[in-house]
Design a protein around this ligand. Structure first.
Ligand SMILES: [Ca+2]
Ligand SMILES: [Ca+2]
Length: 441
């Protein structure tokens, strides 16, 4: 405070004190003190539970006198002898990142997370004995990849790999729109490469790709897309509510029952228990309208919106069933089709037929999960450790019906918060049979 402001404040306090004493002397309207019982709670996002350790400050609008305290373990604070009048009320609780993680079940890269409640010009009268303040926060948490069903189901009795899907979950306390969101698979060498063009772990050394800028870390700071699909919508068409998820199906049909494929023949399954009903999926990939030779099972469910096919791989939304897959979700203001694209680093000459792969900045990635065939049969990893420190896998491997599923971290009423420590070994378990929208018990 500058000296000038300090003096002004002193004068203001002095005037206020004079004002009160005059009223008393003339026996005018007395300022009746009130014992005020305050209860501070979290919003329904956090199940309305009581909030302890909250700093509550009441500032009298007229006198600028401050009454404050900290809520106890049951979220209560008793302020005694508060003069009736008009008050600005502020409640504030600040968490360090680790305190916040323990409370909310999601990690944060912010140093401090603050919850606030405020009321301006609130009239406290002799009739006011108690009030409740509800803490609000900004959005905490984000979309995460919840479940990946890449393994498929038995080749004879199940649905092969036509029943694959990815589930994306709103792990935050606020509605998030998936409009324009991208889901991608990261390209990588699926066996250890040696010599020119490879890193010591056998993965591609993208720094050696033709035309790659030398000023940036081409391996750590980017992913290279094997496939990319984008959610349709123009901004607020497809809300995902807190604790809800969306399923992106390879094909949104009930794979447990026969259906008619795109060649007019029945697509059937012998043991329905091995596969999944994806007729209620939220989105599907439909490649048949793009020409080529899609799988027979690639039919268009008219009730399920189709993803925008940005960069497809194979004959439908095919995930690597042995588990050599890394899935990521990202947002970009810029059209991905305008991103630079590169050949794999083992290519020594770019021809018209050379396949180029879009370079996706790691900064854009909201979430990513590295999947491996098994701990004893790992392939060179595709994700930087900043995106996923480890990996997850299903023990049954290819065609096992098993899916990788993110574990539960916390529950607030009906809202489940899933584990997201960017360490898939800790964050994921598996379902014996993939379970769209299911939670691991
Ligand atoms: Ca399809
Ligand atoms: Ca459709």
């Amino acid at each position: 405070m500058t000296k000038n402001n300090y003096l002004k404040t002193l004068v203001w306090i002095a005037l206020a004190v004079v004002g009160f004493s005059c009223e008393d002397k003339e026996d005018g309207p007395r300022v009746q003190p009130v014992d005020l019982s305050l209860h501070v709670v979290y919003s329904s996002d956090f199940n309305g539970q009581s909030a302890d350790g909250v700093n509550v400050t009441l500032t009298n609008v007229t006198s600028q006198q401050v009454y404050d305290g900290i809520t106890d373990a049951s979220g209560q604070l008793l302020l005694e002898g508060v003069p009736s009048g008009t008050y600005d009320i502020i409640a504030r609780k600040s968490y360090t990142a680790s305190e916040f993680e323990a409370f909310a079940g999601v990690s944060t890269d912010q140093e401090e997370v603050v919850f606030n409640a405020s009321q301006s010009g609130f009239a406290i009268t002799t009739a006011t004995s108690a009030m409740t303040l509800t803490l609000e926060s900004g959005r905490v948490g984000d979309l995460v990849i919840k479940q990946v069903y890449n393994s498929g189901s038995d080749r004879v009795e199940g649905a092969l790999f036509r029943d694959q899907f990815v589930e994306i979950y709103n792990n935050s306390n606020d509605t998030i729109y998936v409009d324009g969101l991208y889901v991608m698979g990261a390209l990588g060498k699926t066996s250890e490469g040696t010599g020119a063009g490879y890193l010591s772990n056998g993965q591609y050394d993208w720094a050696q790709s033709i035309g790659m800028a030398a000023t940036d870390d081409a391996n750590e700071n980017y992913l290279y897309a094997k496939w990319i699909y984008q959610f349709p919508g123009t901004g607020e068409d497809y809300p995902v509510y807190p604790g809800k998820s969306i399923i992106v199906a390879q094909t949104a049909v009930n794979h447990k029952a026969p259906f008619t494929g795109n060649k007019g023949e029945a697509v059937t399954v012998i043991n329905p228990d091995l596969t999944v009903d994806l007729s209620g999926a939220d989105f599907e990939v439909y490649l048949a309208e793009d020409g080529g030779s899609p799988l027979e099972s690639d039919i268009n469910n008219p009730d399920v919106p189709n993803m925008n096919n940005i960069f497809s791989f194979g004959r439908d939304f095919i995930l690597d069933n042995p588990g050599r897959e890394a899935v990521a979700i990202f947002r970009s203001e810029t059209d991905v089709l305008s991103f630079p694209a590169y050949a794999t680093p083992n290519v020594t000459e770019i021809k018209s037929t050379t396949k180029l792969y879009f370079q996706i900045p790691a900064d854009l990635i909201l979430d990513a999960v590295e999947i491996q065939p098994s701990p004893t049969n790992q392939v060179p990893r595709k994700l930087a450790t900043s995106l996923d420190a480890t990996y997850t896998y299903v023990p049954g491997g290819s065609y096992s019906s098993q899916s990788v599923i993110r574990k539960t971290s916390k529950t607030f009423g009906d809202r489940v918060v899933l584990m997201d420590t960017n360490n898939s070994e800790a964050d994921f378990g598996y379902f014996e049979v993939a379970n769209p929208r299911g939670f691991l018990q």
